[in-house]
Design a protein around this ligand. Structure first.
Ligand code: HEC
Length: 218
């Protein structure tokens, strides 16, 4: 290699070094902005990093109410949602009384399972025999009426279901405590208490046969 060639190579390497310095200096000076420490400085094609679309919960100049989040169209129903056929309205209660049917039979097993639920969630107000004489009932401004009394002896299973779902008077909703299945089973047990109580009200012979009846039916 002759001397001239060597000199040219050295010049090129100096030039490359100088360009490298300039690039580094530029990137250092452009990376931060003194006034705004949060700024990322100069960006190449920032759309690649930051979406130009409007973010959730941000304001939006395109709509008159300036909300990016739009309300669903009227009558929209979420996927998998079945509307309550018996809502907590006067019509809902009337329809439940007419059309809601307990899907479980009043068999001894189901009644026994209903009794287990009753003894955890209901007995302290309604009392062991459903006479409304539970320990907590005495502290209530008005104790629950007996299941077998004139007020409740004829209530339908649909009304009972609504009471468990939505609550009634001093009795709160049990929807968060009992599954639908548990509610249906406890209703079967309440029905046996209705019959038992009525039977106890009647004469002794009637009591014996009616009790047998309700036991037979479950
Ligand atoms: C905090 C006390 C309390 C508890 C616990 C409670 N109840 Fe009641 N329940 C009442 C009262 C009070 C009423 C009377 C409500 C009224 O008519 O204002 C009532 C009414 C009822 C009625 C009649 C509803 C109607 O349509 O008139 C049924 C059936 C019933 N309860 C079943 C249950 C069952 C089953 C449970 C347990 C899962 C239960 N209750 C738990 C206090 C209670």
């Amino acid at each position: 290699m002759n001397y001239k060639k060597l000199l040219r190579l050295r010049a090129i390497s100096y030039q490359l070094l100088a360009i490298g310095f300039i690039v580094i200096a530029l990137s250092i000076f452009s990376s931060c902005k003194r006034n705004n420490p949060d700024s990322s400085g100069v960006e190449y094609m920032p759309d690649m990093y930051r979406s130009p679309s409007y973010e959730d919960n941000s304001s939006n100049p395109l709509f008159t109410d300036s909300m990016t989040d739009r309300l669903p169209a009227k009558g929209t129903v979420p996927v998998g949602f079945t509307p309550d056929p018996f809502p907590n309205t006067p019509e809902g209660w009337t329809n439940a009384a007419l059309y809601w049917k307990d899907p479980f039979p009043a068999s001894p097993e189901i009644v026994a399972q209903g009794k287990a639920v009753f003894e955890v969630y209901c007995i302290h107000c309604h009392g062991a025999t459903g006479m409304g004489d539970g320990k907590v009932a005495a502290k209530l401004p008005g104790p629950p009426p007996p299941y077998s009394g004139p007020q409740l002896r004829n209530i339908t299973e649909g009304e009972m279901y609504q009471t468990l779902e939505y609550g009634k008077g001093l009795m709160g909703s049990h929807a968060s405590q009992l599954t639908v299945e548990e509610r249906c089973k406890v209703i079967r047990y309440v029905q046996t208490l209705q019959k038992l109580g009525q039977a106890t009200d009647s004469s002794k012979t009637a009591t014996a046969s009616a009790t047998k009846d309700s036991v037979k039916k479950g």
